[in-house]
Design a protein around this ligand. Structure first.
Ligand code: NAD
Length: 262
């Protein structure tokens, strides 16, 4: 299948590991030049080097925190300056902590909004004018199955991700006329460092082992296993490609069938 991604320029946020890194690898495998960021410089530069070696694409990698508006602005300007265009932007960040409602503090609410909603706003605001100029663009947000189906003890994610889904629909409505397609990908349980640390934190609270929690998550999904980061990345690459040219404003879950609704 011809994806039409060769020589496009893609920003992939929070891409030193996990789903972000898998998305960067998937886009590079299709010939996209990359702009990667994450907080940890060593992990980010190592990931960028490995992807450069395996794919041969050009990569700009800059360590910064996606909650830092000034850093996002500078980064997008640098990408546009270096490559002359910004075609694709995959927004991503870490996830908020696992908490029930009465355990959460105001600081944690503020932090979750900054991490998962405002960081998406910052990237969208900076990349859209570049996409408008070429009348072509793809924004793909990475959220969670919680944007459609709340998860127990993840109230911060459950509440804040729906804001991203609302933003995605609004941007899709407003910028479709400019050839900019905006979609949201919601992973279900996916084997990454994030899932391991969630399992360890939850295991202590509920008196189970992390392995028992993994087994339970796998059993809940009709496919009877947790997902791989590469499987989420495949949906992101498809949404960024020419093959998804009439799809916008959607939330696509990559969850092994875990979502219970129609
Ligand atoms: P991960 O912890 O493996 O990777 C997170 C990446 O984000 C890392 O590269 C890290 O350096 C970077 N990062 C974190 N905070 C950042 C910040 N403030 N600024 C810049 N970079 C930052 O996580 P993952 O499993 O790949 O998850 C990615 C997203 O998908 C998260 O929002 C997570 O909550 C969500 N999600 C994950 C799962 C799952 O099962 N893994 C399920 C649903 C949703």
């Amino acid at each position: 299948m011809e994806t039409g991604l060769s020589d496009r320029v893609a920003i992939v946020a929070a891409s030193s590991q996990g789903i972000g890194r898998a998305a960067a690898e998937g886009l590079a495998a299709e010939g996209c030049h990359l702009a990667m960021c994450a907080r940890n410089p060593e992990a980010l530069l190592a990931a960028a080097e490995e992807i450069r070696e395996s794919s041969g694409v050009q990569i700009l990698a800059e360590p910064f925190d996606v909650r830092d508006l000034a850093a996002v602005k500078q980064f997008v300007a640098k990408v546009a300056n270096r490559f002359g265009r910004v075609d694709i932007c995959v927004t991503n960040a870490g996830g908020p902590p696992s908490k029930s409602f009465l355990e959460t503090t105001n600081e944690e609410w503020q932090s979750a909004v900054e991490l998962n909603l405002l960081s998406t706003v910052y990237f969208a605001r900076e990349v859209i004018p570049h996409m408008q100029r070429r009348h072509w663009g793809r924004i793909v947000t990475i959220t969670s199955i919680s944007s459609k189906q709340p998860i127990a003890d993840l109230v911060l994610s459950n509440a804040v991700r729906t804001g991203v889904a609302g933003l995605v629909k609004s941007l899709a409505n407003e910028f479709g006329k400019d050839g900019i397609l905006v979609n949201n990908v919601g992973p279900g349980y996916t084997a990454t460092e994030r899932l391991k640390s969630l399992a360890e934190a939850r295991a202590k609270a509920v008196g189970k082992t992390a392995q028992e929690l993994f087994d339970g998550w796998a059993a809940d999904a009709p496919l009877k296993r947790v997902g791989e980061a590469r499987e989420v990345a495949d949906a992101i690459v498809w949404l960024a490609s020419e093959r998804a040219s009439y799809i916008t404003g959607q939330t696509i879950l990559v969850d092994g069938g875990l979502y219970k609704g129609l």
